[in-house]
Design a protein around this ligand. Structure first.
Ligand SMILES: Nc1ncnc2c1ncn2[C@@H]1O[C@H](COP(=O)(O)OP(=O)(O)OP(=O)(O)O)[C@@H](O)[C@H]1O
Ligand SMILES: [Mg+2]
Length: 386
């Protein structure tokens, strides 16, 4: 490779006179000029140096100009070639054009300036081709950079998904803690009641309730340990809704936080759902607890209403309160995990998220209807087959 930036022009002709004329024509040009009197000498130059333009006689005694053209193009496809030819061999000159020669010049040389013009044009064409080649290389490099950036984005995304999963495990763990805290809360209340209870049969019924709550905790733990297994129907039973709702109510009523709240129920009998009892209990405990906590803020006395019934092939239940209500733009946030407006240590913000997860698991829906100052109503709907 030549280090020079100048264009290299190789002129090949076996007639010294022509070489002299062409030398004179090109001498003033800003190109590096090499003259060769034989085909083999030209080949040696083509094979050892960069040649930008080959101006060659077609009929050399040792090697044809066409052969030189092939060598030049094989070494550098952007090398331009101009063929010098006599009138007699015009056809072969045209054949050279097919081999991608830039042009041909007829001998004898009548207008040497015409040759110079053709060489200049060939260089101009070459410059465009070189610029295109440079742009293609640049484009390829940019493509590669974009590919690399894409690859990095993909791996970042994979990392993100991974950390989302980890966050999910955290949510799950916190959720389990929350689920266990509800029955625990019941056990504590009942145990306290037993301590002060003189009436033995009543104390015994509290003790039975405690056993019930302990079973719930055990079920939650069993469920956690089998979490990796796909959910099965094995624990599904026919659950009577009014029983679940009344159990949840009893649990919340005992809590000391909601002393000034009145509870009303309007629950149709014989509403059945195919579900896990403790999951449905979770749903109602959380909804009633939220409602009671909201209603307990009402000065004249809070009210929580529970209703349930069946319409067509849906079982529905509503939990309403006369508390402060929920702002419209917060209503879609309340089901997110960890969203809470309660004081630190008071609420985890997981209650409604657990409710949502359980309800959707049973193909149910949960909606909230609320206005500031006018309380809130949560409505559940579950499809039933029969
Ligand atoms: N009946 C309601 N009236 C007014 N706001 C409510 C009601 N129910 C839920 N919210 C709002 O939704 C938020 C989220 O409720 P969620 O049950 O998920 O968590 P939390 O009650 O704050 O905490 P935790 O359930 O752990 O005690 C509450 O902090 C409260 O702002
Ligand atoms: Mg809550």
């Amino acid at each position: 490779m030549q280090s020079s930036d100048k264009k290299h022009l190789l002129v090949v002709d076996d007639e010294p006179v022509i070489l002299q004329i062409l030398k004179a024509v090109f001498e003033e040009e800003p190109w590096r000029l090499t003259l060769a009197g034989t085909g083999s000498e030209a080949r040696r130059i083509l094979e050892s140096e960069r040649v930008d333009l080959l101006l060659t006689d077609k009929n050399l005694p040792d090697l044809s100009g066409i052969e030189l053209l092939r060598i030049a193009k094989a070494r550098e496809p952007l090398c331009e070639v101009i063929i010098l030819t006599g009138y007699g061999s015009l056809e072969t000159a045209l054949a050279a054009m097919e081999l991608d020669a830039f042009d041909y010049v007829l001998k004898p040389l009548n207008n040497v300036f015409d040759i110079r013009k053709k060489v200049r044009q060939a260089f101009a064409k070459q410059d465009v081709a070189l610029e295109n080649r440079r742009l293609i290389v640049e484009l390829r490099e940019k493509n590669a950079a974009v590919e690399a950036a894409l690859e990095e984005t993909r791996s970042l995304q994979a990392e993100l998904i991974q950390s989302e999963k980890l966050a999910g495990i955290g949510t799950l763990a916190a959720g389990i803690a929350h689920e266990i805290s509800s029955p625990l809360f019941g056990i504590m209340g009942l145990a306290e009641a037993i301590a002060d209870e003189q009436d033995l049969p009543l104390a015994q019924s509290y003790a039975r309730d405690i056993v019930e709550y302990c079973r719930t905790v055990r079920d939650i733990v069993v469920e956690l340990s089998s979490y990796s297994r796909a959910a099965t129907n094995e624990y599904l039973t026919t659950v009577e809704l009014s029983r679940v709702i009344h159990d949840a109510l009893r649990l919340v009523e005992r809590s000391s936080d909601v002393r000034n709240v009145r509870f009303e129920t309007a629950i149709e009998p014989e509403l059945f759902l195919n579900a896990r009892t403790n999951e449905l209990q979770q749903v109602f405990v959380n909804l009633v607890k939220n409602a009671a906590e909201a209603a307990s803020e009402v000065e004249g006395g809070g009210l929580v209403r529970l209703a349930a019934g069946r319409t067509g092939n849906h079982v529905w239940a509503t939990v309403s309160d006369n508390g402060p209500g929920i702002e419209a733009d917060k209503q879609r946030l309340i089901f997110d995990p960890f969203y809470t407006t309660k004081a630190p240590g008071k609420g985890t913000g997981l209650g409604l998220n657990i409710v949502y997860r359980i309800v959707t698991k049973y193909r149910g829906t949960i909606t909230v209807d609320s206005r500031i100052g006018a309380g809130a109503t949560f409505e559940l709907r579950f499809p039933v087959d029969r």
